[in-house]
Design a protein around this ligand. Sequence first.
Ligand code: KG4
Ligand code: ZN
Length: 339
Amino acid sequence: MNVTILGIESSCDDTSVAIVQNRKILANVTANQEIHAQYGGVVPELASRAHQQNIVPALDQALRIANIELKDLSAIAFTSGPGLLGSLLVGTSFAKSLSLSLKVPLIEVHHMKAHILAHLIDDAGQKNPTFPFLCLTVSGGHTQIVKLNSASEFELLGSTIDDAAGEAFDKAGKIMGLAYPAGPEIDRRAKLGNAERFQFAKPKVPHLDFSFSGLKTSFLYFLQKEMKREPKFIEENLNDLCASLQKCIVDILMDKLEKAALQEDIKQIAIAGGVSANSGLRKALLEREKKLDWSSYLPSFEFTTDNGAMIAISGYYQYLADDFCDLSVVAKARKPMNL
Ligand code: KG4
Ligand code: ZN
């Protein structure tokens, strides 16, 4: 019997609807919201409004691409949190209405768990990790190291105590005058620059936790000092600044990931989330794979940033485990890993 799951993602500024059948993606449609770039960050009220405009066309398109009808769906899966409340409310209400009208079960999905479960998608040519594996999940809102014992057992080993890694890229980019989100542009420029040119202090955080706010502040002070001496310092050194900053962030992430792998004695290592698109991080992971005999798992670019497919694949596993919710479910801006 086919299990066909609709996945709805609306936790931040991407409206995404996907259809997964037996771990294979039939459609994954994402409407990005360009409107936020001019404000230097996501404006929650605008994001929520754009989700309302995008969600029906995204569903229509997904059904057309998958070549299925609403009546073929086994269940509706949606992101209930964590994320921006106004954005989450759009996807949550939409999923509830669909479930009610189609009389199909409803599945509440955790956004951060879904980023990891994207690794279980049956994507031609892409190998899947086996349990247990570790995942470094790095996005604009989170930085976590998670151990997965099964598709439903998640153990949070460490997380950021302040800014997320994506936030560090975006905030440092803003200081350098780059448009939001600055991560992809820093990545592009880093390839053209000298990563050894500038050194920034790495935070000393115990255990497997992270901190990025100190790096942002020291980066700001460093630039202010240099600009006093040479007002054109940023534009004349932009590629080297991007390369050095990226190297520092990647080193911080990889050092903790290596520590976690050693502590847990696990060599199956995955990365996930928007920052997992970063070429420096991908390269560093492949280097450690060679050095430490890891099996590493890099998501396809399509599944690095927020997408409906990761919600649908999570829904697929929850469907098999009879993990459904009822219409009293609510969106949760904060949602710990144990919910
Ligand atoms: O997972 P995601 O799409 O949304 C959140 O849930 O936050 O991640 C977005 C984050 C942004 O901070 C963006 O700058 C960062 O991912 N990002 C990157 C790259 N592509 C996206 N950061 C560094 N290098 C990239 N290539
Ligand atoms: Zn995300």
